[in-house]
Design a protein around this ligand. Structure first.
Ligand code: ACO
Length: 322
């Protein structure tokens, strides 16, 4: 039975690190407030002229190197992003060109912070249907460009970065012990658009800035994330007890703790990067997967659950054997 197996992983973070203390200079805020409410200590911001497709291409190169493959080995590129360089073409086709690829196909997926989970589910479907053998799945964002730097309730929470997985079709026995994506679960509910959004866009004629009702988002997040993770696990007859690692969307330490608690998974089995990256939206899960592997925590054969929620609301989860 064909599975979409992780063959390589990599990430890229812009050089500039912004510590919480930098915000103390421009806003009525404190390192202590930011740490205690969100778990965030620092984040990276892209340099002027450094675009989402640059971050994405660098992460893709790192994943290809990790896989021992070249761009010519790739059939498809999916970039999950809400901050593409231009309205069109897609960031994915820009990455394709930056990697020197002239074959295959590339497109973007936009499900905000849940974007990487949606992209993974799409890549999995492409592989299972035989449309592609190897897919680069990238999450990349430059959220620093849509932040209102005078809104202390939002601007301290986000960062820039990119992470990438190289998924490959591999044949196996089809058990839950085999490596690869085992189950996916996707959801959205457009009634909640007003609790997290950007108040501009192409059709409204302005770029806009990020707006959020933090408490409302928080309330939905813990409940919906644990639900979707359980649904994915149930599809393949597994429970929280089988999970080696939760690799959550890194929005906020308190959301991550609340979700792990509801899933009955101890925090020792959760990969955390929010303290160093802030919320990098669609990039946060592949960044955390890459850091988790680089630190030697994520090992082949581990059962991993990723889960994310973001604007829409859109949310979902993926269960995979690393
Ligand atoms: N520094 C100091 N004070 C602040 C700051 C700041 N940066 N931001 C807000 N405050 C103040 C508020 O003005 C308020 O003051 P007031 O009581 O005088 O009005 C006080 O702190 C409490 O504000 P709340 O919004 O009630 O604080 P809360 O404890 O809810 O924490 C937070 C805010 C961190 C945004 C929280 O609601 C949260 O984590 N929400 C989830 C949002 C999230 O993670 N979104 C990410 C995008 S979606 C996703 O990826 C899942």
């Amino acid at each position: 039975q064909i599975r979409a197996v992780v063959r390589g992983v990599g990430h890229y973070l812009p050089e500039r690190i912004v510590e919480n203390a930098e915000f103390e200079k421009i806003l009525d805020t404190s390192d202590d407030w930011i740490r205690s409410r969100s778990g965030i200590e620092r984040r990276h911001f892209a340099a002027e002229g450094e675009m989402t497709s640059d971050l994405a291409a660098n992460a893709a190169r790192a994943a290809l190197e990790n896989a021992g493959l070249t761009p010519d080995d790739v059939d498809a590129i999916i970039v999950a992003t809400s901050t593409a360089d231009l309205t069109f073409p897609s960031a994915a086709t820009m990455v394709q060109a930056k990697l020197g690829m002239t074959g295959g196909f590339a497109f973007d997926v936009q499900a905000v912070c849940a974007g990487f989970v949606f992209a993974l589910a799409n890549a999995n479907a492409l592989i299972l249907s035989g449309q592609a053998q190897r897919v680069l799945v990238i999450g990349a964002e430059t959220f620093s460009r849509i932040l209102d730097m005078e809104d202390r309730g939002t601007c301290v929470l986000f960062g820039d970065g990119a992470g990438a997985l190289l998924l490959e079709a591999q044949d196996g026995a089809g058990t839950t012990d085999d490596r690869g994506i085992l189950a996916t679960d996707l959801n959205s509910d457009g009634r909640h658009k007003d609790i997290l959004y950007v108040d501009g866009g192409v059709s409204t004629g302005s770029t806009g800035v990020l707006k959020m009702h933090g408490k409302e988002v928080f309330r939905h997040a813990v409940e919906k994330l644990a639900d979707t993770a359980h649904r994915s696990l149930e599809k393949v007859g597994l429970t929280g007890e089988d999970v080696d690692w939760i690799v959550p969307h890194q929005a906020n330490l308190r959301i991550i703790k609340g979700t792990a608690h509801r899933m009955k998974v101890p925090m020792e089995r959760v990969i955390l990067t929010v303290q160093d990256h802030g919320n990098t939206s669609a990039a946060s899960i592949p960044l955390a997967l890459s850091v988790g592997q680089a630190e030697g925590r994520l090992k082949p054969g581990n059962l991993v659950v990723t889960e994310a929620i973001g604007g829409g609301l859109a949310w979902g989860s993926v269960v995979l054997r690393w």
